[in-house]
Write a protein that binds this ligand. Structure first.
Ligand SMILES: [Zn+2]
Ligand SMILES: [Zn+2]
Length: 389
């Protein structure tokens, strides 16, 4: 446990990684170390466990936030027992497993102040990537198949163009906070039932920013950021499926202290189609045919995502038979090739026959022999065998 690796490091991703990046990194690593693919390899087995644990935490919003703020102690109540929770000034050793350290830290620090996560990395003046902005867009089934352009409007926090994000009025610069010497944090000591605990709190004088703005910028009122409404056109690639996401790099919130912008995450919702169903890149459709078409065979009109085609249904087709139209499915996103279309034919039994129609059908039925029916022949032979003697 002492040499537990950082979860982000385990998955080989950056701290600000998006949910999609986490998922894809996990899939790659899990595949690489999967026990089925590495039989008898103890190291791979350990790695596989490590990867799964990292994914369990980072894929859960709440657990990830706790981990970001408190490290392993935030997500594992047993972590740190007997070894002191490093970085918090010690004194936590030997709590035993039943205490939720996350809760204790939450109480001590008043919970939820930004900038503490990452321990020593929490320099308030370090460049930070801007937040990702999420927006969802609804498209039709056909738009998803063929791709489309959508105009979307987003609200994001841009770096103030007036002060360049410093928050200080033109001609002035922010000063380093004398209380925390620019670190944004102050160390305090607290007497608790467990002894004296040394902990760090955000500096109240500068609000954890490490800098003090004497004359705030008029444009952003000293915040360094401005709310911006932005309308953009998004290219949605052919083949995208329901609930998939597109990441537009650098289109999210402005970076902090010169860090890169966040991303714009477009979540695509695809409305269902009354005729076509989709599974991956394959398309499914059910086409009703008549009794005579099934008996004699016929050219049947079949809708595809590219328009109508004629399909020769062969003579003697049973109801429920499925035919495959190769390459008539959905195009692969960003690749060459397409899925297939599966056409299921249902023989529709006619209703409300007239007297004459019934007579004609009866006359036809009387001409049929056992040989005309494959299934019935087999069925009745089995029946006979069953009740021999
Ligand atoms: Zn400004
Ligand atoms: Zn300060």
């Amino acid at each position: 446990m002492a040499d537990k690796r950082d979860y982000y490091e385990v998955l080989g991703i950056a701290k600000g990684a998006s949910d999609d990046e986490i998922k894809s990194a996990y899939r790659k690593k899990a595949k690489k170390y999967h026990p089925d693919l590495n039989p008898g390899d103890k190291e791979a087995e350990e790695k596989f466990k490590e990867v799964n644990e990292a994914y369990e935490i980072l894929s859960d919003k709440e657990k990830r936030a706790r981990y970001d703020q408190f490290g392993f102690a935030g997500v594992d109540p047993n972590y740190g027992a007997g070894q002191g929770a490093g970085g918090f000034g010690g004194g936590f050793g030997g709590f035993g497993g039943s205490v939720d350290l996350g809760d204790i830290f939450g109480d001590l620090f008043g919970g939820g102040f930004g900038g503490f996560g990452g321990g020593s990395r929490a320099n308030p003046n370090a460049p930070r990537k801007g937040n990702n902005v999420r927006v969802s867009v609804g498209i039709s089934f056909m738009e998803a198949v063929h791709g489309c352009k959508k105009t979307i409007t987003i609200n994001r926090q841009d770096t103030c163009p007036e002060c360049g994000g410093s928050g200080a009025a033109r001609g002035t610069t922010p000063e380093t906070c004398p209380d925390c010497r620019g670190t944004g944090r102050v160390t305090i000591q607290q007497r608790t039932p467990f002894g004296v605990i040394q902990s760090q709190q955000p500096c109240s004088r500068c609000g954890g920013k490490g800098k003090i703005v004497k004359t705030p910028c008029n444009h952003c009122r000293g915040t360094g950021r401005v709310n911006t409404k932005k309308t953009l056109e998004v290219n949605i690639p052919a083949g995208i499926d329901d609930d998939q996401q597109l990441a537009l790099r650098g289109m999210g919130d402005g970076g902090v202290n010169g860090g890169p912008n966040g991303d714009l995450i477009v979540i695509v919702t695809v409305r269902p189609d009354p005729m076509f169903q989709r599974d991956g890149y394959d398309v499914y459709i059910t086409v009703p045919i008549t009794f005579s078409q099934a008996v004699m065979g016929a050219e049947v009109v079949v809708p595809t995502v590219d328009g109508k085609v004629q399909y020769p249904v062969p003579e003697g087709t049973q109801s429920g038979t499925t035919f495959r139209l190769r390459g008539k499915g959905v195009p692969y996103v960003g690749g060459k090739g397409r899925g297939d279309q599966y056409v299921k034919v249902n023989v529709e039994i006619p209703k409300k026959l007239t007297r004459a129609q019934r007579d004609a059908l009866k006359a036809f039925e009387d001409t049929l022999k056992d040989d005309n029916y494959e299934q019935r022949k087999g069925f009745f032979k089995k029946l006979k065998d069953m009740f021999k003697d």
